[in-house]
Design a protein around this ligand. Structure first.
Ligand code: M6R
Length: 360
């Protein structure tokens, strides 16, 4: 049931303030502190494994585990992980993230680590799935059924669980004080309201997407944890609009991809005002100096400071920088959605793709 929406994807994007909040309520206690049934104090590292969009959630979480909890975190896509002879620590926590819980590569990777790590956790949307059942502990993401092949609400709900895990790891390992963790958790609790505000505040996206639909190639740039979000944004766009899209860490641009830039290549710059903002802006200016068409996604202050001469800008609500990858998933999803609409592609059932990939 699309509940009056034109597509499941639109419905699932719109559900995010509610489902994200539900997931947070489950993992953050009334005292504002994380309350997961996990003890991070004995782990020496974290290994995160998944495919596709779920792997980008893991990639963002790697930044969180390292920044917030100061624990080494390693990521890989499941199809590479188990064949590269990973060196596993018997004191590590392995986390497998999967919406369906049935992805063949992720399940095989989970089976590969069993017995070689201290604990296996599954972050899943389907609690009865194989990945949930075979893990030592399953942490549901509470996104509700996701029908659209392009994953949206599952991604943000995966991030909610992974964020709560990073906070709990920081608390249990003494990386930050309880007050600091409570402050970060309070900022996280603001995110559902900010998602809601951005869903209503982003009407400007449809006309921009109609122009984007003319492009043959689109680049996405981000720094820090916005880099994996840029990867996710590019995946969303290519999956449903069939436009060739790639993402780079902004600083990598000058090491090759800048050769692609000309007046026909839109470059989407995902730049919340964080500690790396000035660096991202200087990368953006390198693009503009080569006549690249920049779509700057930032907050009002960031756009006032750096938006002169850009092709388009989209103003986001201000958000604690550490949680910006969650909020900025919304314009990434809407941009892909409206571009696909403009191109007339099958948004919910893109060609060649299945919701759950149960073959290797
Ligand atoms: O069910 P899973 O989360 O394990 O699926 C992983 C990927 O197949 C999935 O995220 C895929 O990349 C989506 N179509 C992305 O929108």
């Amino acid at each position: 049931d699309k509940a009056g929406y034109r597509h499941f994807m639109a419905k699932e994007i719109a559900e995010q303030p509610v489902v994200f909040d539900a997931a947070l309520s489950h993992y953050l206690g009334a005292d504002g502190l994380p309350q997961l049934p996990l003890d991070f104090s004995g782990f020496d590292r974290i290994v995160l494994v998944a495919c596709g969009t779920a792997s980008y959630a893991c990639h963002i979480a790697k930044y969180w585990f390292e920044q917030i909890a100061r624990i080494p975190a390693e990521i890989d896509v499941a199809s590479e992980f188990r064949y590269r002879a990973p060196v596993l620590s018997p004191r590590s926590l392995a986390i497998f993230v999967s919406q369906s819980g049935e992805t063949a590569d992720t399940l095989a990777a989970l089976r590969h680590v069993r017995g070689q790590v201290a604990q296996v956790a599954a972050v899943v949307n389907v609690p009865t799935s194989s990945i949930a059942r075979e893990a030592d502990i399953a942490l549901p993401i509470f996104a509700g059924v996701e029908v659209g092949v392009a994953s949206t609400k599952a991604f943000t709900c995966q991030l909610s669980v992974l964020a709560a895990m990073a906070l709990q790891a920081a608390l249990q390992r003494g990386a930050q004080s309880a007050d600091e963790i409570a402050a970060l958790a309070a900022d996280l609790r603001l995110v559902p309201g900010l998602i809601n505000a951005s869903l209503t505040g982003l009407e400007a996206i449809a006309p921009i997407a109609r122009q984007l639909a003319q492009a043959r190639d689109v680049l996405f740039l981000g720094r820090g944890a916005m880099y994996p979000l840029a990867l996710e944004a590019a995946l969303k766009l290519k999956e449903i609009s069939y436009i060739h899209a790639e993402a780079y860490a902004s600083g990598e641009l000058k090491h090759g991809p800048i050769a692609l830039i000309d007046a026909d290549v839109p470059v989407v710059v995902m730049a919340p005002r964080d500690a790396l903002f000035d660096k991202t802006v200087s990368n953006m200016q390198e693009v503009m100096a080569r006549h690249g068409k920049v779509l700057l996604i930032s907050d009002a202050e960031g756009i006032a400071e750096a938006g002169a001469g850009v092709w388009h800008s989209l103003a986001m609500p201000s958000v604690a920088p550490v949680w910006a990858p969650i909020l900025y998933a919304i314009p990434a999803q809407l941009l892909a959605y409206h571009t696909a609409i403009a191109k007339g592609t099958d948004v919910d059932q893109p060609r060649n793709l299945a919701k759950s990939v149960t073959v290797e």
